[in-house]
Design a protein around this ligand. Structure first.
Ligand SMILES: *[C@@H]1O[C@H](CO)[C@@H](O)[C@H](O)[C@H]1NC(C)=O
Ligand SMILES: *[C@@H]1O[C@H](CO)[C@@H](O)[C@H](O)[C@H]1NC(C)=O
Ligand SMILES: *[C@@H]1O[C@H](CO)[C@@H](O)[C@H](O)[C@H]1NC(C)=O
Ligand SMILES: *[C@@H]1O[C@H](CO)[C@@H](O)[C@H](O)[C@H]1NC(C)=O
Length: 831
């Protein structure tokens, strides 16, 4: 890990720096095997071999191959990793199922041109099983793409065997997900069983070749997430890239379907990984931060879960509830639907007429539904497509297959459509079949809405007029002095406003962020990406580029920024100002050199830099920042998207909450309300918010509880799954708590008898914060006291979302012994 800091900003005392470095180095050396390297190969000829301590290096030194282990010397693997990236990032493993049991393994090219791994008794534990007949002298080489090949020694192409044909959990540039439709076999990405066991896990990332091909993530036969079908540019479910740094190549002929990507600039290091929990992530290596930046994560929200809303429905993450029946359809099971169990889907209100009198309703900006049983023809036009659909009574929808050049080709769906969602940026058009009577109905409803709107505007205008009149009359009655005071007050207010935050010049912001280049990108927040910049005077800033501004005008926006800038606290990130250019709105914050909390606590190496004392201070700081937002500030702010990645760390590792006030600015300022837009992050949202859209300061308390449990355990709530009981992190914490072994919940590095009781108190407070019912959660001022040990702690009940799904409707389970209001809680001593 490099410490990138300039002298003038380095305010940390020297001994702290030394200690940090010492810790890093101690760890580094402790975790390195203690033998010396023997040989570095660039090629292997027949009967030459690589042994345990040797490595094979690619010509451009990007990749390196050799034996390695995941910490257990009894399980040695031969694999490929990035030569110059630390910690070691494995991209391919040969003997995934058959590790060698000690350090005497050999990799050898045999006379038949097969790569084999031998153990100490010279038994073959793995073989490349090349079926090609090797006629010329073969050679093994590791290419700069990360492809390990057995090839004809005298030519550049002509591979007898290549590792890219046998992908593991990593999809690299140049690799192909390929399927020969005539002969097979089929190439796909397969997750590892666990982060330190590369044998086959449960998840695959592949092209589903049924119907019209689509890219999917699956668990066995079951689809979990669809990237969608290819529309000529990209897969219909993925976002349109802001910066083109990849070329996506999709081939679909009668004989073959394949997908690969290339990076447009060879200096870009990128990989896509399907992890052991079924999440696929695309990473970019950042030289500046010396870290992998996750650029795309799928699934990324609830609407990404396959078929969440059942058939004939639409998922829109910005609506509440997120699932909605298509026009002309009604929930199949009304009661279930209303209690947010949408799996039953929707049915037609009016049957189709089939031959005389059906029409279509157009939906724009959609992720197209599942194409695994759809019919397609590449040469039909959209109009012909409609005609074909109308001719077949079971056809229910059609769309263009290719969106390039104004659209072409025809895709048809039969019986029902499933897994459709509103796209976040640019989607496709789809036409849904409806009986004529329904189409009329929909039109009438629109007309009615317009009439209502007109009446509404009239009434508002009338009220405004009336108010103005009343105001004018009452004004005339007031004395002149009063008016003068009013003017003076206004004057004073204006003066004060001038001291408030700066409006930055937009073109300067473009310059300092390199035109919002991805190299300057720090991360992606709830309201848009964040970029780093350095002002002319040397001040480092973080620029948030707001992606959705809900049509808010410039003046209102400036007012909001002024209000947000009045929120100042040691544990909040400081807002410096804003910048506006037409529809573009930017917020400018102070820059936090130590990035965010998740960067430390979820990383095996970096987490060692945060001992319990540090973590305690961090939790305490977050609690104080949140208390200020809830209670002490003049504005009473609910954060609504508190999470570890929103907690930034300054140079002294003091936590600073970021993104506060944004929810309020964008969605109105009622302290408690029902919202029709659920925002926030899966995994940190309390049940009442995720399901009913109801939020209050207690929703933030829930998120805070999740953050506390994540800090203590070093694991993410979302993505964590305890293998035996299929519980998420909250459920896991709860189970260990009731089984009276909560100490097992702590991250390994925290295990220390002396401070155990203190950590247990924090787990206890964490559990209280994630209670299912908001009224059972303490408020932030209680939390601050509880953390200090100055308040006795009530016994927690089962947390919300404890088995990874919502359990708001399962009333009454195990709520015995838990009283509702804080005053009457039975007191227990802290363990
Ligand atoms: C190679 O073939 C042998 C025998 O058919 C089989 O047991 C082994 O699993 C194969 N290895 C690989 C890597 O496919
Ligand atoms: C590739 O990226 C590097 C570093 O960002 C840049 O200097 C170089 O000009 C780029 N090359 C091309 C061909 O775009
Ligand atoms: C697609 O439609 C065209 C025009 O009707 C037709 O000639 C062609 O055979 C169709 N292709 C398939 C695969 O059905
Ligand atoms: C409608 O299309 C489906 C799917 O292609 C096909 O199985 C069915 O025979 C067609 N029906 C008619 C009446 O053409």
């Amino acid at each position: 890990m490099k410490m990138m800091r300039t002298n003038n900003t380095c305010t940390m005392e020297n001994h702290k720096v030394l200690m940090l470095m010492l810790m890093v180095f101690t760890f580094f050396f402790c975790s390195m095997p203690t033998f010396s390297k023997q040989n570095t190969f660039t090629t292997i000829a027949p009967n030459q071999f690589i042994q345990y301590s040797d490595t094979l290096v690619s010509a451009g030194e990007t990749f390196e191959a050799g034996f390695f282990n995941f910490g257990d010397p009894q399980r040695q693997y031969f694999g490929i990793w990035y030569k110059n990236i630390s910690p070691r990032t494995i991209v391919w493993v040969a003997n995934r199922d058959t590790p060698v049991h000690n350090s005497t393994g050999l990799l050898k090219l045999n006379d038949q041109g097969n790569l084999v791994i031998l153990d100490d008794s010279k038994g073959v534990v793995w073989s490349s099983n090349s079926s090609r007949i090797v006629v010329k002298p073969p050679l093994v080489q590791l290419l700069d793409s990360g492809n390990l090949v057995v090839k004809d020694a005298n030519s550049t192409g002509n591979f007898f065997w290549e590792s890219f044909d046998y992908p593991g959990n990593t999809f690299l540039a140049g690799m192909k997900l390929r399927s020969n439709l005539v002969t097979g076999p089929y190439k796909y990405i397969r997750s590892w069983k666990s982060p330190d066991d590369p044998s086959d896990g449960e998840f695959s990332y592949e092209i589903d070749t049924r119907g019209f091909p689509q890219l999917v993530t699956a668990k066995g036969e079951r689809l979990l997430y669809r990237s969608g079908s290819w529309n000529g540019f990209l897969f219909s479910g993925i976002s349109w890239p802001m910066h083109r740094i990849y070329n996506l190549l999709f081939v679909f002929t009668d004989k073959e379907v394949s997908y690969q990507y290339e990076t447009l600039n060879s200096s870009i290091i990128s990989r896509t990984v399907l992890d052991s929990y079924g999440t696929s992530q695309r990473f970019l290596w950042s030289d500046e931060t010396q870290n992998w930046e996750a650029t795309v994560t799928r699934p990324s929200d609830q609407c990404d879960d396959y078929a969440l809303c059942g058939i004939n429905s639409n998922c829109n993450i910005n609506d509440f509830p997120i699932c909605e029946c298509l026009n002309g359809f009604i929930p199949k099971f009304k009661a279930k639907w209303e209690s947010s169990d949408w799996s039953g889907g929707c049915v037609r209100r009016t049957k189709l007429n089939c031959f005389d009198g059906d029409g279509f309703l157009k939906y724009t900006n959609m992720k197209l539904p599942d194409t695994s049983s759809s019919w397609y023809n590449r040469s039909l036009s959209l109009e012909e497509c409609m005609t074909v659909c109308l001719k077949n009574c079971s056809c229910v929808a059609y769309a263009n297959l290719d969106v390039r050049y104004g659209g072409s080709g025809c895709l048809l769906w039969f019986h029902s459509v499933v897994d459709m969602r509103k796209h976040l940026d640019r989607g496709q058009d789809i036409y849904i079949r409806l009986a004529f009577s329904e189409l009329d109905h929909t039109k009438n409803k629109r007309n009615l809405n317009m009439k209502l709107a007109a009446i509404f505007v009239g009434v508002i205008a009338f009220i405004i007029g009336l108010t103005a009149l009343l105001f004018a009359t009452s004004m005339s009655r007031k004395k002149l002095g009063c008016i003068r005071k009013l003017i003076q007050w206004n004057h004073k207010k204006e003066k004060k406003e001038e001291e408030l935050p700066t409006v930055f010049d937009f073109s300067t912001m473009i310059n300092v962020t390199n035109n919002f280049s991805y190299q300057n990108k720090l991360g992606e927040g709830g309201f848009g990406p964040v970029y780093k910049g350095v002002l002319a005077d040397g001040q480092e800033i973080a620029v948030k580029r707001l992606s959705e501004t809900s049509g808010q005008g410039t003046k209102e926006f400036k007012n909001e920024v002024k209000l947000m800038a009045t929120l100042q606290h040691r544990n909040l990130v400081k807002l410096l100002g804003c910048s506006i250019h037409q529809d573009e709105k930017l917020l400018i914050y102070e820059f936090m050199p130590n990035r965010s909390l998740d960067y430390f606590i979820f990383d095996t190496t970096r987490s060692k830099l945060l001992d319990w004392t540090k973590r305690l201070e961090i939790i305490d700081g977050i609690a104080r920042g949140l208390l200020y937002l809830h209670q002490d500030s003049t504005l009473r702010i609910i954060h609504r998207d508190l999470k570890t990645s929103n907690i930034l760390l300054d140079i002294d590792m003091i936590p600073k909450i970021s993104d506060f006030g944004l929810a309020r600015s964008f969605m109105g300022d009622h302290a408690e309300a029902n919202t029709n837009r659920v925002m926030g992050t899966y995994g940190y949202m309390p049940p009442e918010y995720a399901v009913h859209g109801y939020f209050s300061t207690k929703s933030d308390v829930f998120s805070f509880g999740v953050v506390v449990l994540e800090i203590i355990s070093g694991r993410k709530n979302r993505g964590f799954c305890d293998p035996q009981h299929h519980l998420n992190l909250l459920g896991h914490a709860w189970r260990l708590w009731i089984e009276e072994r909560p100490e097992e919940f702590m991250a390994d590095i925290l295990y220390n008898e002396a401070i155990c009781s203190e950590i247990l108190r924090f787990i206890h407070v964490g559990l209280l914060c994630v209670q299912r019912k908001p009224e059972n959660r303490p408020n932030m001022s209680s939390v601050v006291f509880m953390l200090k040990g100055e308040k006795l702690l009530p016994q927690p009940c089962e947390p919300g979302f404890y088995d990874g799904r919502e359990n708001t409707n399962s009333t009454g389970s195990s709520s015995k012994g838990c009283s509702i209001n804080e005053a009457s809680i039975s007191l227990l001593e802290a363990r």
